[in-house]
Ligand binder design. Structure first.
Ligand SMILES: NC(=O)c1ccc[n+]([C@@H]2O[C@H](COP(=O)([O-])OP(=O)(O)OC[C@H]3O[C@@H](n4cnc5c(N)ncnc54)[C@H](OP(=O)(O)O)[C@@H]3O)[C@@H](O)[C@H]2O)c1
Length: 258
């Protein structure tokens, strides 16, 4: 069994920071990755933790991350968690640059990192991989259209690789959180939405603990947070898209500030 080493992207705050804390609490060396300098402070608070500050929207930064990880050791667990949303109407309220940066982070960097690090895990016959998708991965997402589409991508991508890697010793788990109390809504400029103001939020520490347990047990998926998230996810599978789109609009459409 290789020496345990975890890697968590989006580890400076929210679910990712709590995932990194899970690794540390289980005495596993961990690499924390995020864009801003706060990742250094986050890593300083944990034993045997390394901070890597990179903007993962850039392909060359993902290459650099892979180099830095391999210098530290052979990863046994990889949580591909960094993700952002861009709130607002696709045509009128958002820029091309912001939308494409969302695709670059949520989708392209996830594929690039998996493509670079999973072959080594397979060669070594051991690995635990987690992708952070969302309960909204099965719902069209008016006012965060690209975000929901990116989470749908991650859900099917993770499920596909999981099947391909059956019997290799490498497992792939999809994390589907519901609304969680993190920087997500502020970062997405969604603070005026009902989703931000009026929907109960889960504790990211609870979501991360559930995710860590599922990942290390090799489970296919985990719906994070409260049992209501499971209900919301299962309902979305049954309810027609036009109904879910209407509900999503009600929750996610920006509202005028007073
Ligand atoms: N909160 C929710 O309600 C919710 C629900 C379902 C799914 N999720 C998913 O959960 C994951 C974690 O989000 P969160 O809720 O924990 O939000 P968060 O607290 O805002 O965390 C996002 C993390 O991603 C990092 N990040 C953002 N842009 C980056 C970039 N260009 N390069 C590298 N790192 C970058 C951030 O670091 P910097 O601050 O340094 O940029 C931060 O560490 C995301 O994939 C999100 O889509 C969240």
């Amino acid at each position: 069994m290789p020496t345990p080493l975890g890697v968590v992207t989006g580890a400076s705050s929210g679910i990712g920071l709590e995932l990194a804390r899970q690794f540390a609490a289980h005495d596993i060396e961990v690499v924390l990755v995020a864009e801003d300098a706060a990742v250094h402070t986050a890593a300083e608070g944990l034993p045997r933790a390394h901070a890597v500050q990179l903007d993962l929207t850039r392909p060359e930064a993902v290459d650099e991350l892979v180099r830095r990880v391999v210098e530290i050791g052979e990863p046994t667990a990889l949580a591909i968690n960094a993700g952002t949303a861009i709130g607002g109407a696709f045509v009128h309220d958002t820029s091309m640059a912001d939308q494409l940066a969302g695709v670059d982070l949520n989708v392209r960097s996830a594929v690039q990192l998996a493509k670079a690090l999973l072959p080594g895990m397979v060669d070594r016959g051991h690995g635990r991989v987690l992708f952070t998708s969302s309960v909204i991965s099965v719902t069209p997402g008016p006012y965060q259209a690209v975000y929901n589409a990116s989470k749908a991508f991650l859900k099917t991508f993770a499920g596909a690789i999981r099947t391909e890697l059956k019997d290799t010793g490498v497992t792939v788990t999809t994390l589907m959180p519901g609304p969680t109390d993190t920087n997500f809504f502020a970062q997405a400029d969604m603070l005026t939405t009902r989703l931000a103001t009026s929907v109960p939020k889960d504790d990211p520490a609870k979501v991360a603990a559930q995710a860590f347990e599922a990942m290390m047990s090799g489970r296919a998926r985990v719906i994070g947070g409260s049992p209501l998230n499971r209900l919301a996810y299962l309902s979305a599978l049954l309810v027609p898209d036009r109904v879910m789109s209407g509900l999503h609009t009600w929750l996610s459409k920006p509202r005028p500030t007073a």
